[in-house]
Each structure stands twice: as structure tokens, then as C-alpha cells.
Design a protein around this ligand. Structure first.
Ligand SMILES: Cc1ncc(COP(=O)(O)O)c(C=O)c1O
Length: 282
């Protein structure tokens, strides 16, 4: 596997960052995970804008342009023989290398970009339906949740809870019982023909797939509401699903051990088809 560090293309056993990198020391950085289909990255501009906005939030000045990084990604896909396949692309930028001063301003950020094949058969299995469950929203930081920082310990911890419970994904539920988002996904329900998803004013990341699904629904004439969703609604809704760049759209058939939605999920199937058509247009 070839990895790109600061524009240098290296074999993974030679690709190293400093032990004093602030990404390693403090989780001081931002990242994006993207999905590439036969060499074409889905929603590059949306992901780039979110990387810029996350970087701005942590006062990290990006020293490479969208065009340069897109070029690195293309070169990585080519060098790793992924131009004809599907791949996950990870772009990570840390504040760089510093001493033990929390507020240090290193000379330049550290960029690490890598690609990894993704298995369509596995994705299609998830797209048939998954089991999920809830974790406490107190894991979330209201400040950080709107940005994609590499400070991911809450995600790591709740993903461990999910794994122990046999869930594909853990969803953050707050004290009054509202579902905010998943550890690495957004949530939607279909209720009496209306597509609903929690608004971004809560501790919710502006998912790129969330945005695409909202757009596809509006184009299909499906009424859309960005509104709080209570956990109890999951068991009464017609359909429940999650979205993320890698998984795309996956129906949630069970939540905290209880059946959710309708297993034939016609609205989800039609959104999945529209999503596939959107991918063809990249
Ligand atoms: C916390 C969180 N919410 C939502 C998402 C989904 O975002 P996207 O659709 O851009 O992949 C992610 C993706 O990793 C995430 O980490």
C-alpha cells in the first residue's frame, strides 16, 4: 500500500510521522473520509469545504489547495491500483510537530492521505438492513460535534459498546430521548410519507451523504423536514435508515433489540436507487 505524507508517496512501512506530531500527542487535527468509485471521488467539493470549515474552527491554516490534494488522491488511487475499483479515501491534517506546549504554532501542518479498497459485497449486505442501538449523548462535545476533528475517543468508545452489543452502529440519544446522530453516520426516518432527520443546530455533523439524500428526496418530490426525532418514533416510523459516505444508505431494522420500521422499506429502496444514479453522474 502506498501512502502520501506531505506530498511524498511512500510504502506503508516507510510512511512515518514524528512522535511529536500533535495529531498523535493531542488529536489536534481534522480529517475527511471520502468514497471513490472507479477513480472518481463522490462530492469532492462538499468534503473539501467541510475540511476547510473544520480546519478554520480549530484555527489550522491549510497550506495545500483542493486541486493539489485532489491530485495526491488521484495519484494514490493509481499507485494502489484502485482506479477501476471502489475505495475509501482518508485525508488527515494535523497542526504539525511541536514541543509539549498545548498552544504551540508549528511551522507547517502534517498531511497524511491514504486509500483503502472497499468491498461492494459487504456494503450491499449493510444496505439490506442493520441492527443498531443507543448510547448516551453525553459522550458528545457540543462544540466539536459540528466539525470533523481527529479527536475521536468518544467514537472509539461508543463503537466498542456497539460491537459488544452486536450493533452495526451506535446512535447518540440525549436525556429527553432525542436521537442526534450515529458514531459515524446520520439518521433518518420516514413518517407518513415525510422524510425526517435531526437539524444541524443540535450536536450533529453536516454529513455529505445526509445532504445528498435530502437533495435526492426533494428532487423526487418527497416532503422533507429537519426536525428532532425521539427514540420512540423509531418504533412507529414507516422506515428508519442511516447514511454515511462509505455505507451510503442502510435501513435500520432493529434498534436496542426492538424492531423498527417496515422491513420492505420502499422509500429507502427508491432513495438507494436514486443514490446509485447520482454516483453514475460523478
Ligand atoms: C459523527 C459523524 N456523523 C455523520 C457522519 C456521516 O458523514 P458523511 O455522510 O459525510 O460521511 C460521519 C462520518 O464519518 C460522522 O463521523
Amino acid at each position: 500500500m502506498i501512502i502520501c505524507i506531505n506530498g511524498e508517496f511512500l510504502a506503508d512501512d516507510k510512511a512515518k510521522v514524528s512522535a511529536f506530531d500533535r495529531g498523535f500527542l493531542y488529536g489536534d487535527g481534522v480529517f475527511e473520509t471520502l468514497h471513490s468509485y472507479e477513480g472518481k471521488v463522490f462530492e469532492w467539493s462538499g468534503h473539501w469545504r467541510r475540511l476547510e470549515s473544520s480546519a478554520q474552527f480549530i484555527e489550522l491554516k491549510l497550506d495545500h489547495s483542493s486541486e493539489e490534494i485532489h491530485g495526491w488522491v488521484q495519484e494514490l488511487l493509481q499507485k494502489n491500483d484502485l482506479l477501476r475499483k471502489e475505495a475509501a479515501v482518508r485525508i488527515e491534517v494535523t497542526r504539525g510537530v511541536s514541543t509539549l506546549d498545548y498552544a504551540a504554532e508549528p511551522d507547517r501542518p502534517t498531511w497524511v492521505v491514504f486509500v483503502k479498497p472497499v468491498d461492494r459485497v459487504e456494503i450491499e449486505t449493510w444496505q439490506k438492513g442493520i441492527r443498531c442501538g443507543s448510547v448516551e449523548a453525553s459522550w458528545l462535545s457540543p462544540q466539536l460535534s459540528h466539525h470533523k476533528t481527529i479527536n475521536y475517543l468518544p467514537t472509539v468508545m461508543v463503537s466498542r459498546i456497539a460491537k459488544k452489543n452486536g450493533w452495526f452502529e451506535a446512535f447518540f440519544v440525549d436525556d429527553p430521548g432525542y436521537v442526534l446522530e450515529g458514531a459515524r453516520s446520520n439518521i433518518f426516518i420516514v413518517e407518513k410519507g415525510t422524510l425526517k432527520t435531526p437539524p444541524l443546530r443540535g450536536a450533529v455533523l453536516a454529513g455529505i451523504t445526509r445532504q445528498t439524500v435530502l437533495q435526492l428526496a426533494r428532487e423526487a418530490g418527497i416532503p422533507v423536514e429537519e426536525t428532532m426525532i425521539h427514540r420512540d418514533q423509531l418504533f412507529k416510523a414507516d422506515e428508519v435508515f442511516m447514511t454515511s459516505s462509505i455505507v451510503e444508505i442502510a435501513p435500520i431494522l432493529e434498534f436496542d433489540g426492538r424492531k423498527t420500521g417496515d422491513s420492505s422499506h420502499p422509500a429507502i429502496s427508491s432513495l438507494q436507487r436514486a443514490f446509485r444514479r447520482r454516483i453514475q453522474t460523478i
